[in-house]
Design a binder for this molecule. Structure first.
Ligand SMILES: N[C@@H](CCC(=O)N[C@@H](CS)C(=O)NCC(=O)O)C(=O)O
Length: 203
C-alpha cells in the first residue's frame, strides 16, 4: 500500500491521522507528491492529480477522502471510524459531512485569497466567509452540547484537521474568535500524537 500526500493537505492529513491511529502509518510506503505539476509522480497513479491518493497492493487506486476512510475501516477490528450501517443513528456520517463541508469551503475561500487581488471575486469571498462563519456557529453550539466527543471517529479527525489547517494556512480567518467551546475542543484533540506528528506547515 502506498500513500501519496502533501504535508500541507488537510484532506491527506485525515488519512494520515487515521493510519497512525490504526498503527499502520509506519508500515506503508509514502510519497510526498507535487500538486498542479505536469511532471508530478502522482499522475501515473491518479490522473486527477489530487491527494490523498492510496494505491493498494494489487494496483487499485483509491482517491477522495470520503472513499478512502471506509476502506481504512476494513483494515481493523475495532469500532468503525465512520459507521455506514446506521448503528450510531447516522450521527458520525452527519458530523463528518459538516466537517468536510466546512473544510471544502475554507479551502476554496483561501484559494480565492491567493489569487492576485484584482482577480478575486468579492461575491465568492463573501459567500465563503458567510458559509464558514455560519458553520462554525453551529459547531460551537454542537460541541458545547457534547458533539464530536467520545471514542475517536473520522468526524472528529476531519473537524480537527479543518480547524488546524485554518489556523495555520488560512490567510485571514481567525476561527477561534467567538468560538471558545470549539477552541477548547480543538486544543484537546490537537494534543493527540497522531495530530502533533502531522501538523501542516504554517504558510
Ligand atoms: N475531494 C478531495 C479533495 C482533495 C484535494 O483537494 N486535495 C488537494 C490538496 S489539499 C489537492 O490535491 N489539490 C491539487 C489540485 O487541486 O490540483 C478529497 O476529499 O480527498
Amino acid at each position: 500500500m502506498k500513500l501519496f500526500y502533501a504535508a500541507a493537505s488537510p484532506y491527506a492529513r485525515i488519512v494520515r491521522i487515521i493510519l497512525i491511529e490504526l498503527g499502520l502509518y509506519d508500515g506503508i510506503e509514502k510519497e510526498i507528491a507535487t500538486l498542479r505539476d505536469p511532471d508530478s509522480a502522482l499522475l501515473p497513479t491518479n490522473p486527477v492529480g489530487r491527494v490523498p491518493t492510496l494505491r493498494l497492493d494489487d494496483g487499485t487506486t483509491l482517491t477522495e477522502t470520503l472513499l478512502i476512510v471506509p476502506y481504512l475501516d476494513t483494515l481493523h477490528d475495532g469500532p468503525p471510524l465512520l459507521p455506514r450501517d446506521g448503528s450510531d443513528g447516522w450521527v458520525t456520517l452527519s458530523r463528518m459531512g459538516t466537517a468536510m463541508g466546512l473544510l471544502d469551503g475554507i479551502v476554496a475561500w483561501n484559494r480565492e485569497l491567493r489569487r492576485p487581488e484584482e482577480q478575486r471575486s468579492p461575491g465568492m469571498l463573501a459567500l465563503e466567509r458567510t458559509r464558514a462563519t455560519r458553520t462554525l456557529g453551529v459547531l460551537e453550539d454542537a460541541v458545547g452540547q457534547g458533539a464530536y466527543r467520545g471514542r475517536l471517529d473520522a468526524a472528529q479527525i476531519a473537524l480537527g484537521s479543518a480547524l488546524a489547517w485554518t489556523e495555520r494556512r488560512h490567510r485571514i480567518f481567525a476561527w477561534r474568535d467567538g468560538h471558545p467551546a470549539l477552541s477548547a475542543w480543538y486544543d484537546d484533540i490537537a494534543d493527540r500524537p497522531s495530530f502533533t506528528r502531522t501538523l501542516p506547515p504554517v504558510t
